[in-house]
Design a protein around this ligand. Structure first.
Ligand SMILES: NC(=O)c1ccc[n+]([C@@H]2O[C@H](COP(=O)([O-])OP(=O)(O)OC[C@H]3O[C@@H](n4cnc5c(N)ncnc54)[C@H](OP(=O)(O)O)[C@@H]3O)[C@@H](O)[C@H]2O)c1
Length: 362
């Protein structure tokens, strides 16, 4: 099979490094361009990340020798060399918006990890198991941008990638409200214990902007296409507190949920979780977990360190489902923030876009 040629914008960063590893061994994708800021451009990738390679695995040899390109200055050249780009950069929001639109208008599809375009009404924000149908809005986006191939698609924030999948199969019972407390790893801030020693033996009860994203983004995921935009859902009401905890990887969430009418039984909920699968499984996409939602009966699971890598870090672990005194039920859930929650989720989205014909190999 002919592989799709892929560019990684922000390849030297925490999420970018994951993209390099995931695409280097991918059956459909081949990383041919690694790009970052002017500061890294011109260096061999292995030199650009020297002293800041955060991954356990080594830098793949052929990617290590690629010369890093300048994502802004070399945009036209990059767009001509690849079939699409992944984008995960640390820049101001309006600069990211402009950069991503520039690539889209150069007829280069952008699959983004950044939050800049998540609220653009004709940009699909997709978890492939939940709202794969939203990619159809790309036709309207292309009309607005005046493009044939180019578009922007984004994945949602890492904080919600555990509790939204857990709540999704329960929506048919009429979820009225949910309360979530998230316990988020330091890699979510692009950090390690070496670069953020203040996090050792510490909890910080604030992550800028995270609570708003955790409360509002699910409503776009559960929205529907209405003409040339995605109309957000108006319920359930979600309230969130997001804490930074001393874990390297893995975001856990404690979730409380109430239903509008009669609540399902514990057995029904567990059966719904076990039976749940989405478009990613239907299409048998290479990065799709076989079983998306795993329920643990053990009282002390899921645990961040033990369970974050389940199914290559792409599955969601759930446990401790029980009745609550204020809400109908409570449970905990976990997902890997830089895999399912970032680069892995974007790779899965790109696979969906290729399988559904929105990205083609030039
Ligand atoms: N970490 C996570 O778990 C996570 C999860 C979901 C979403 N995200 C989002 O993903 C994005 C990247 O996060 P990260 O943690 O990977 O950040 P990071 O480690 O700080 O990496 C930032 C990347 O952006 C590049 N960059 C900075 N300024 C640039 C410019 N002017 N032009 C081109 N490239 C530029 C950097 O290149 P240089 O090395 O050359 O400076 C680097 O490659 C952010 O928007 C973040 O919110 C992160």
């Amino acid at each position: 099979m002919k592989k799709y040629k892929v560019g990684i914008i922000g390849a030297t960063g925490m999420v970018g490094q994951r993209f390099v590893l995931l695409t280097a061994k991918h059956p459909w994708f081949e990383p041919v361009v690694l790009a970052a800021s002017a500061h890294s451009a011109g260096k061999a990738y292995k030199d650009a990340v020297a002293g800041k390679w955060f991954m356990q695995e080594d830098i793949p040899e052929s990617e290590g020798n690629l010369v890093v390109m300048d994502a802004e200055a070399d945009a036209e050249k990059i767009a001509s060399m690849v079939d699409f780009v992944f984008c995960a950069v640390n820049m101001k929001k309006d600069e990211i918006k402009a950069l991503e639109e520039k690539y889209a208008k150069l007829e280069c599809p952008v699959v983004s990890n950044n939050s800049a375009h998540r609220w653009t009404p004709d940009v699909p924000m997709v978890v492939p198991e939940i709202n794969a149908d939203h990619i159809q809005i790309i036709d309207a986006q292309r009309k607005r941008l005046g493009t044939k191939r180019g578009f922007i698609a984004v994945k949602s924030n890492c904080s919600l990638q555990s509790y939204v999948p857990a709540l999704h199969p329960l929506m048919k019972y009429g979820v009225e409200k949910a309360l979530v407390c998230t316990y988020q790893a330091i890699s979510g801030a692009g950090k390690t214990f070496e670069t953020w020693p203040e996090m050792i033996d510490n909890v910080i009860p604030y992550i800028g902007g995270e609570e708003e994203k955790s409360e509002q983004e699910p409503l776009k995921l559960w929205g529907k296409i209405a003409g040339d935009h995605i109309e957000n859902a108006s319920s359930p009401a979600i309230t969130a507190q997001c804490l930074r905890v001393p874990c390297s990887d893995g975001h856990m969430a404690a979730c409380f949920v109430s239903f509008k009418g009669e609540k399902p039984s514990i057995e029904q909920i567990k059966a719904d979780w076990a039976a749940f699968s989405g478009r990613a499984q239907e299409l048998n996409l290479p990065s799709a977990p076989k079983q998306f939602l795993h329920y643990f009966e053990e009282a002390d699971r899921p645990q961040t360190k033990l369970d974050r890598n389940l199914e290559g870090g792409m599955a969601v672990s759930i446990g401790r489902l029980r009745e609550d005194t204020q809400y109908d039920y409570k449970f905990v859930c976990l997902s890997h923030n830089t895999l399912r929650g970032a680069a892995g989720g974007a790779v899965l989205l790109a696979e969906l876009l290729c399988a559904e014909g929105y990205i083609d190999a030039k």
